[in-house]
Design a protein around this ligand. Structure first.
Ligand code: ADP
Ligand code: MG
Length: 334
């Protein structure tokens, strides 16, 4: 069997590869994301050395180490997520322009019998997007919301063939264990109604599905733009799922409450521009009305997941509880 370096040379056409720094381990040690340099890859004509990032997952060992893995919902969700990420890069990512930048795909490979994946991507750090943040100022938040608006505009109405039929890592159908462990009560009773309401949205796009601050790459040279990575949970959905979850990833309850309207206003301004820049004819007022209502449902849906997965989570706070209550009132289940 090929070594990792041999496989990378074979799938990229590079004459050799130097494996570099490990960025992080993946999924309980069964994979790694690491930097590498390709020598003379044909995809970069005339370039001698090309910096890349390799996402490598090897699940052959997971299978023998885990009992009953075939029935393990979380295992199957992970496996599917890597197939989805590969499909996103192969089939959809080329449509993302500089306004919703994603790393270029150099090569992707699935090992026999879904035994693992190797995804070779352009290194965004080498393109100036070398900053990661846990605390974001207004300009950085706007840059991320602008990325989301442009991504949602790009894929407005697109069908999710090869991706998750319904995106996000917390989608109800993929989280039966978390639903079962929720405390009995109106939110648990309404889990399917909230999900159905989101799925019935007239205006659907592709959502990133895990659009937290950690999955955006920032640049000091170009502070109004970001790039995004980690497309394991991309699928069809209402754009508010990404916006609500992004806000949950970087704002405290007080900040989320006080800035909600201005951030949503900013997002919708960008979305309108992005749709018209792409010549997409749409009743924007109707879209905005629908999605503003669904902002609340997207939060309630995320809180449904959190309250089964991690009941004391800090994101279950006065702001998100208030929103969930308002949704339960709308559904007549408070
Ligand atoms: N193409 C890339 N260029 C630069 N950095 C990257 C690239 N892909 C991933 N990274 C970095 O590696 C981190 C982990 O990658 P990610 O795909 O999000 O893996 P995980 O699914 O484990 O979160 C990202 O948050 C980002 O900082
Ligand atoms: Mg990530």
């Amino acid at each position: 069997m090929d070594t990792l370096s041999e496989t990378i040379c074979r799938i990229t056409g590079a004459s050799s590869v130097e494996l570099g720094e490990e960025i992080q381990g993946l999924w309980s040690g069964y994979g790694v994301i690491q930097r590498a340099t390709l020598r003379r890859p044909p995809s970069a004509a005339g370039v001698e050395r090309m910096p890349v990032v390799i996402k490598h997952i090897d699940i052959s060992r997971v299978r023998c180490n885990r009992r009953g893995w075939g029935g393990d919902v979380s295992h199957l969700r992970k496996v599917r997520s890597y197939q989805v990420e590969k499909a996103f890069y192969e089939t959809f990512s080329q449509q993302c322009d500089a306004s919703c930048l994603v790393p270029g795909l150099i090569a992707a490979h699935e090992k026999e019998n879904a035994g693992g994946w190797i995804i070779v991507l352009d290194d965004l750090d080498a393109q100036g997007f070398d900053r990661r943040k846990d605390h974001v100022d207004e300009q950085s938040i706007h840059a991320c919301l602008s990325w989301l608006a442009n991504f949602h505009a790009t894929f407005m109405g697109t069908s999710a063939t090869g991706l998750w039929p319904i995106g996000t890592y917390w989608h109800l159908e993929t989280r039966p264990d978390e639903l079962a462990s929720m405390r009995a009560g109106p939110l648990k009773q309404s889990a399917h109604a909230i999900d159905s309401r989101l799925n019935a949205a007239k205006y659907q796009t592709l959502v990133h599905g895990d659009a937290k601050v950690a999955n955006f790459c920032f640049s000091d040279r170009d502070r109004d733009r970001v790039a995004a990575v980690d497309f394991q949970y991309v699928g069809r959905g209402c754009g508010m799922k990404d916006v609500a979850y992004f806000i949950s990833s970087c704002l405290s309850e007080q900040e989320a409450a006080s800035r909600q309207d201005s951030l949503l206003g900013f997002y919708f301004g960008r979305l309108e521009e992005a749709l018209s820049a792409r010549g997409i004819a749409i009743d924007f007022a109707a879209l905005q009305n629908e999605w503003l209502e669904l902002y609340l449902f997207a939060w309630a849906d995320f809180c449904r997941f959190l309250s089964g997965w991690s009941p004391g989570h800090w994101k279950l706070n006065a702001y998100s509880d208030g929103i969930t209550q308002s949704v339960l009132v709308q559904l007549g289940r408070s």
